[in-house]
Ligand binder design. Structure first.
Ligand code: 5AD
Ligand code: SF4
Length: 345
């Protein structure tokens, strides 16, 4: 048995996990990594068949009080025109989505607590349409999360980004890793179906620290984990750190599928940006969700988290067709309707 196969076998039996994960994350070629990709695809198909689940994302505000070093909508980016969708614009996007058979929405924004009151009023209206609501709005105090739960939000998405304390502090001048972890724990305890995730290829990120991220996910047991390659944005302090290869991200996707077999893993927009076949490749090695963009066209270019972000010129209708084509390219098909509550453990 070669070294990759041995490490894979040990990971599946929980033996020397960190050491084996670090080794597998460091495998230099796709050819050598193939047994891991194949195993991840097998597990994904065991639980999800050839189905790809859809969540329509609406980027409702690009205001942000934070200044994360990597992010194009950080508060110090003064070049950016800021916007907030009106409640009616959000509802219209949800109705459009529903017409296309997509029954679950992700409402995402910069960290914009100034919109909370409005959002709390919009959520029950969306729920009345029978559409499941995920919110991705960043850090708040526990009592605010409770208000969102009470308003009817079903799911909450907030990436940990990295669990490496040094890297986390270097990237997040306004944040504290322990508080972020506490928020995620609280969110989960409150009964939100919880999603989190990391970026891969951050400046200064080691394979060992990604192995630690994976072990953190095993402890948290979220329902969804989104992984995206880090991509530079020209108006941020990290503008010169180019990241051009999707392979490390695909390795993380497949290892996650093996470690947490039933979890939801999206093929993310950042994957499709770093590589034009990135999303279909992810669907072949363990991913089972796509999140097409339903932000009204005029606003999309203002929600540019990183350079060359795809799907900013298209309008909604195109995104449904494109999602179907991506699924097909991975020999899968789109499953519409509410994505069932999954148990990741
Ligand atoms: N490259 C890749 N992903 C990014 N995000 C923010 N900025 C970037 C970037 N430059 C991701 C973060 C955040 C999510 C909404 O977008 O992981 O959680
Ligand atoms: Fe704001 Fe989120 Fe970007 Fe940080 S990553 S600057 S919190 S939108």
């Amino acid at each position: 048995m070669d070294k990759v196969q041995m490490a894979l076998k040990q990971v599946k039996s929980d033996i020397k996990l960190k050491e084996n994960l670090t080794f597998l994350l460091s495998v230099p070629s796709r050819e050598e990594f193939k047994p891991v990709f194949e195993e991840a695809d097998k597990i994904c198909r065991k639980y999800y068949g050839n189905k790809v689940y859809i969540r329509g994302i609406i980027e409702f505000s690009n205001y942000c009080i934070k200044n994360c070093k990597y992010c194009g909508i950080r508060r110090e980016n003064k070049k950016l025109k800021r916007y907030r969708l009106t409640p009616q614009e959000i509802i219209d996007a949800v109705l459009y989505m529903k017409k296309g058979g997509i029954m679950t929405t992700v409402l995402q924004s910069g960290e914009d607590p100034g919109y909370d009151k409005t959002l709390l009023q919009i959520i029950p209206k969306i729920k009345n349409e029978g559409v499941a609501v995920t919110i991705s709005i960043g850090e708040r105090q526990e009592k605010v999360y409770r208000q969102f739960k009470k308003a009817g939000a079903d799911r909450f998405l907030m990436r940990i980004e990295t669990t490496d304390p040094v890297l986390f502090s270097a990237l997040h001048p306004d944040d504290n890793l322990n508080f972020r972890k506490k928020c995620l724990k609280n969110i989960k305890k409150m009964g939100f179906e919880t999603g989190t995730g990391i970026m891969v290829g951050l400046p200064g990120q080691s394979m060992e620290s990604i192995a630690d991220d994976l072990l953190y996910f095993r402890r948290l047991k979220p329902a969804m984990i989104g992984i995206g390659p880090f991509l530079a944005h020209e108006d941020t302090p990290l503008k010169d750190f180019k990241n051009t290869d999707i392979f490390p991200t695909l390795k993380v996707v497949s290892l996650l599928r093996i470690l947490l077999p039933k979890i939801n893993i999206p093929a993310t927009t950042a994957m499709g940006t770093i590589d034009k076949h990135g999303r279909q490749e992810a669907l072949k090695v363990g991913a089972n969700v796509i999140m097409p963009n339903f932000t009204p066209s005029d606003y999309r270019k203002m929600y540019k988290l990183y350079d060359d972000k795809i799907c900013i010129t298209e309008n909604y209708g195109l995104c449904i067709g494109c999602t179907e084509a991506i699924a097909k390219a991975a020999n899968k098909e789109v499953k519409k309707g509410v994505l069932g509550v999954s148990k990741a453990w």
